[in-house]
Design a protein around this ligand. Structure first.
Ligand code: FES
Length: 586
């Protein structure tokens, strides 16, 4: 609509109403206010939108290079409908998008960079509240971390999982079957010419990985933390109810601004403990450990690896989803989704934790009904007794390492074996399938220099594929140890996140071929059976690897990244600065 001649400049907010942050931009009747409003009007925005109503940022990780988030422009439109309906003013903005399948060397190298983009974009702009559109693995933690450091009213909308994968009559899961098919390609059970059919059958619709991988885990974490509306985690991306949820999120964020319901009121220590319990109950990704530690660090909440072990230990795995079980996210949604899981663990939950809809977590889930007990099991008859994340310590991991019991092999949870060491990922790739490699099924595969600094970026290579000659013998699992992460879609008896990492001089760097290693998950022990004197001798000879880059982001990252046991945030990003209105630009 054309600007009416003689229209009044925007009125300052009514006296009784709290002046919103955006008023410092759009409410000024001077040169700066003129500039702020005028340039925005080139988008056809009518004058009345600048009247002091809540301005809602829609923080969008849409990108064609992030296929899991490629449908987000549509979701943003539905958020806008809700915002307009409630008298808000929506403004969508892009931030760095992290596509798990294409980015090299690993998206985790850029999680903190994206969080900086989010934080500074929010603080620098006239925003009163924010909706975070998140999907592919790192897009959820990076957006939540950045927003947490600003602490405005914030609500997460996840993009939702893809429809179930199918291939020749079999249910196949994103990621989980990539690992299976990789081994089958090696053994000849699958032919290269089968790949196009596999690829299309696995990724059938918009959305993120439909296993309980990292994306689904982090969407569940957002819901369990109280940062997303109920049912956010599981509605498939292709289901129209995902759009409805986005619409309702748009309505709710406007109310949240009016209620001044900031992130810090939702993200309490109890909310984090609820999320850790939920992660155990869903058989969630080990990646949630580093992401929640980092998020807690932004909120100034003391959360440690010991919290993960203490809380996760008492919660069994209730959800029969790949990679721990057999079903997929579509089944999970039809069975009732995360609200049912939260209701099941109700006796353990902090019921009064506040959520973004203004209700407590318990109010949200107490009436949830389960529609399929083969997908979501009851607490007294769990799917697997061991849920959660086991935190291991010992002379091989003084600051801790993690293992996901629900995805491991029972018979390997207590194991002593001879180390076969790969000094880095290139060494592993070069030698793993060499028929002369001295290895058998009882050995322990050790991978060094794949941690935050070593790779650099802390990639998902910890679930090393087994040597071809052992696969051909029918070996399905072996103990593997590294300072890397693994995909949330992966499985196996895999010890990850060893801290300190090898490249930082951790004991992992000192392991040699033939050393004996003891893993005892029940007693949370990871021991390198080598004398202290011998380790000291090796340490004196150890040389730190050369730095990866002399300039730019990688240099800053390597110089300031923290270790896995504290969440791998950059040391100077820990904490929050809030969102005070910065000074004018002209
Ligand atoms: Fe994007 Fe799995 S690759 S969610």
């Amino acid at each position: 609509m054309a600007q009416r001649k003689g229209a009044k400049p925007p009125a300052p907010p009514a006296k009784r109403r709290r002046a919103l942050r955006s008023h410092a931009w759009f409410g000024k009747l001077d040169r700066d206010g003129l500039a702020h409003r005028s340039w925005m009007k080139n988008q056809g925005l009518p004058h009345h939108l600048f009247d002091g109503r809540p301005v809602i940022g829609i923080c969008n990780t849409w990108s064609e290079l992030t296929p899991c988030n490629a449908h987000f422009r549509d979701l943003a439109e539905h958020v806008k409908r809700g915002v307009y309906e409630m008298g808000g003013f929506p403004l969508e903005f892009p931030v760095m998008s992290l596509g798990e399948t294409l980015m090299r060397p690993t998206t985790m190298l850029f999680r903190n960079l994206a969080s900086m983009d989010v934080e500074e974009s929010i603080r620098a702009n006239p925003l009163d509240g924010v909706v975070l559109l998140t999907g592919c693995d790192k897009t959820t933690p990076s957006l939540m971390m950045g927003a947490a450091s600003c602490d405005l009213p914030t609500l997460v909308v996840s993009g939702g999982p893809m429809l179930n994968g199918h291939f020749r009559g079999e249910l196949i899961g994103s990621g989980t079957h990539v690992w299976k098919f990789t081994d089958m390609l090696k053994t000849g059970e699958l032919k290269p010419e089968d790949l196009p059919e596999v690829e299309a059958g696995m990724s059938r619709s918009a959305g993120s990985c439909m296993t309980m991988g990292t994306a689904s885990t982090m969407a569940s974490m957002a819901e369990a933390l109280g940062m997303a509306l109920p049912t956010n985690a599981a509605i498939p991306a292709a289901d129209s109810r995902r759009r409805t949820l986005s619409h309702m999120a748009g309505r709710r964020i406007v109310e949240m601004v009016r209620e001044d319901l900031r992130m810090s009121k939702v993200l309490t220590k109890q909310a984090f403990e609820n999320a850790i319990m939920a992660n155990a109950a869903i058989g969630g990704s080990t990646n949630a450990v580093v992401h929640l530690l980092a998020l807690a660090g932004r909120m100034g909440i003391k959360l440690s690896l010991d919290d993960w072990d203490r809380i996760g230990r008492i919660v069994p795995c209730l959800v029969n989803l790949m990679p721990s079980g057999k079903y997929l996210m579509e089944h999970f949604y039809y069975a009732g989704g995360l609200p049912v899981v939260l209701r099941e663990i109700g006796p353990l939950l902090y019921k009064k934790a506040l959520t973004v809809n203004g209700r407590t977590i318990w109010d949200n889930v107490k009436d949830a009904k389960c529609w399929d007990r083969d997908v979501i099991f009851p607490l007294d008859k769990p799917f697997k007794k061991l849920g959660g994340v086991a935190v291991l310590r010992g002379n091989l991991a003084p600051n801790g390492a993690v293992l996901k019991p629900s995805a491991a092999t029972n018979s390997l949870m207590k194991h002593r074996g001879r180390a076969v060491v790969f000094k880095d990922i290139d060494d592993y790739k070069k030698r793993v399938d060499d028929p002369s490699l001295d290895i058998d099924a009882t050995c322990v595969m050790v991978l060094q220099n794949c941690g935050p600094r070593g790779y650099p970026g802390f990639p998902e290579v910890g679930n090393m594929s087994l040597p071809l000659k052992l696969l051909k013998q029918g070996v399905k699992d072996m103990v593997r140890i590294s300072d890397a992460r693994m995909s949330g879609t992966a499985y196996g008896t895999v010890v990850l996140h060893v801290a300190p990492e090898a490249a930082a001089g951790g004991p992992l760097a000192l392991v040699r071929d033939g050393d004996m290693i003891e893993l005892d998950v029940k007693n949370r022990r990871l021991h390198l059976d080598v004398s202290d004197a011998e380790l000291e001798k090796r340490r004196r000879k150890w040389k730190a690897p050369k730095p990866h880059d002399e300039r730019g982001w990688v240099r800053l990252y390597c110089e300031t990244v923290q270790q896995a046991d504290t969440g791998c945030d950059l040391d100077f990003l820990v904490g929050a600065s809030g969102a005070p209105v910065p000074r004018e630009s002209h």
